[in-house]
Design a protein around this ligand. Structure first.
Ligand SMILES: [Fe+2]
Length: 467
């Protein structure tokens, strides 16, 4: 057994050891793959060292993968290791996952080749040039939404959806599209969000229809920007992320309508057509002048997943741009809370539960899922809940970092009597009271929403749940 294995066997190495390993033999990130421990084939030798996902050496080159080594990793809670791509082919069952990166017919174009080159260069960093916006957002505390402002955001949203739909149709017909108009749209929402993010999110979720492409793009843009701001992005990066959300899915209009609006669970053939939509999007984005280079990259990668189960290239977390990862989580939340012809929508709380479970399985970046919960709350803004005193309330706002105890508006008392909508005294911050807490999430009135079940958690084709 090598010295590196005994690092795993005996005790966690001290900080100096870790630094020493990192400095002398840091993994070549571009040529490594994160693979599940259970897929390592025992009694096979490795040509290159194995690291944990934090870059700590676990097994030296030339060593044999033993059952004991795998057991020790599992005992330490190490679910994935970084393996050199050459070793992936010879010592894992994930060989087919690598081959899924090879071009699928119709997936390989000059545009994708350029983007693949950027991705493989490892140059996917995002740096702020200004102050993080999260510090400048106005917190409204226990205050209802300003009715006039909310109506204004609703109007802006309806106009923006109609204008965006026109842009998508123009792009489909090969007409030029004004990038400035799209940037203005995200800028307008960003300004409103800085003043009252909860209000904007509640409008976009309530008024938007995720099954309409323009609405979906706007929802993605808002949710993406809100998550990005929570994660510390500055103004410029937040706007770019908003633009990525607005443009990422345009390629869907080139997918045959019979597949796009299918009333059945998609067949393998249908799914290949769906998988092409990021490539179609790239071709459409080519015709828009002045878009930041990150936009096509994010559009290309939105459906990649940290564990390599996504498409079109089955990239892993470290090979996927953070904007694409953020939008991937937003997309999953929207998909889960939207009904499909062949299944019901999940209750917003159930969708959060589902994402938490999937993040623990490395299907989504846990940091991003956490940020989503922080901006929407565990019982998301706009959702309905029952409190421990029997009253019914609607979640109005987040409450700082207390994502399990949001600010709610009481709607009905335990005795069934109703409270006036404009009654500010009916707004309660659950984080500031010990006597009230949520005991149950309720479906949205008038909508058929279901709770989480093990079958739904089972990942099946990009968070489309098949029930
Ligand atoms: Fe998409």
């Amino acid at each position: 057994m090598s010295a590196a294995i005994s690092d795993v066997t005996d005790a966690a190495p001290d900080a100096d050891t870790v630094r020493g390993v990192d400095a002398q033999s840091a993994p070549d990130q571009v040529r490594t793959e994160a693979v599940p421990v259970q897929s390592l084939i025992t009694n096979r030798p490795i040509k290159f060292p194995i690291y944990d996902t934090g870059g700590l050496l676990l097994l030296a080159e030339g060593s044999l993968i033993t059952t004991k080594f795998k057991e020790l990793l599992r005992a330490r809670g190490v679910a994935e290791v970084l393996l050199h791509e050459e070793d992936v082919q010879s010592v894992t069952l994930a060989g087919h996952a690598i081959s899924s990166k090879s071009p699928h017919p119709g997936f390989d174009t000059e545009l994708t080749a350029k983007l693949d080159q950027i991705i493989e260069s490892g140059n996917l960093f995002v740096a702020n040039s200004g102050e993080a916006l999260v510090n400048q957002m106005i917190s409204r505390g226990c205050r209802g939404y300003d009715r006039e402002e909310r109506d204004r955001v609703v109007d802006v949203h309806r106009d923006a959806s109609a204008a965006l739909d026109e842009c998508i149709q123009d792009a489909l017909r090969g007409k030029s599209v004004d990038c400035k108009q799209l940037m203005d749209t995200t800028g307008q929402y960003l300004t409103a969000m800085m003043s009252d993010a909860d209000c904007v999110l509640s409008v976009v979720m309530e008024v938007g229809d995720d099954t309409i492409l323009a609405d979906h793009c706007l929802q993605m843009s808002m949710l993406g920007m809100a998550i990005g701001i929570e994660m510390g992005l500055d103004d410029e990066n937040s706007r770019t992320l908003g633009l990525c959300g607005l443009l990422h899915d345009w390629g869907m209009v080139r997918v045959p309508e019979s597949i796009r609006n299918a009333t059945h669970i998609l067949s393998d053939g249908d799914f290949v057509a769906i998988k092409k939509h990021p490539i179609h999007a790239l071709e459409m984005l080519e015709k828009i002048t002045g878009i930041p280079s990150t936009v096509p990259l994010a559009a290309y990668q939105v459906h990649e997943r940290p564990n390599g189960t996504g498409y079109p290239r089955a990239r892993r977390q470290h090979e996927t741009h953070v904007f694409a990862r953020i939008l991937g989580v937003a997309d999953a939340y929207l998909a889960l809370t939207t009904a499909r012809p062949y299944r019901h929508a999940l209750m917003p709380y159930a969708a959060m539960e589902c994402l938490i479970t999937q993040a623990s399985q490395n299907c989504f970046d846990p940091k991003i899922v956490k940020s989503l919960i922080q901006i929407m709350a565990l019982f998301p803004i706009g959702s309905y809940v029952v409190l421990n005193d029997g009253s019914v309330a609607r979640v109005l706002r987040r409450s700082g970092k207390e994502y399990g105890r949001p600010i709610v508006q009481l709607l009905k008392r335990q005795d069934g009597s109703e409270l006036a909508e404009d009654d500010e005294s009916a707004i309660v911050n659950l984080a500031e009271t010990t006597s009230l807490h949520v005991v149950q999430a309720l479906p949205t009135p008038g909508a058929t929403q279901i709770a989480l079940s093990p079958e739904i958690v089972k990942i099946n084709r990009d968070p489309i749940v098949t029930v």
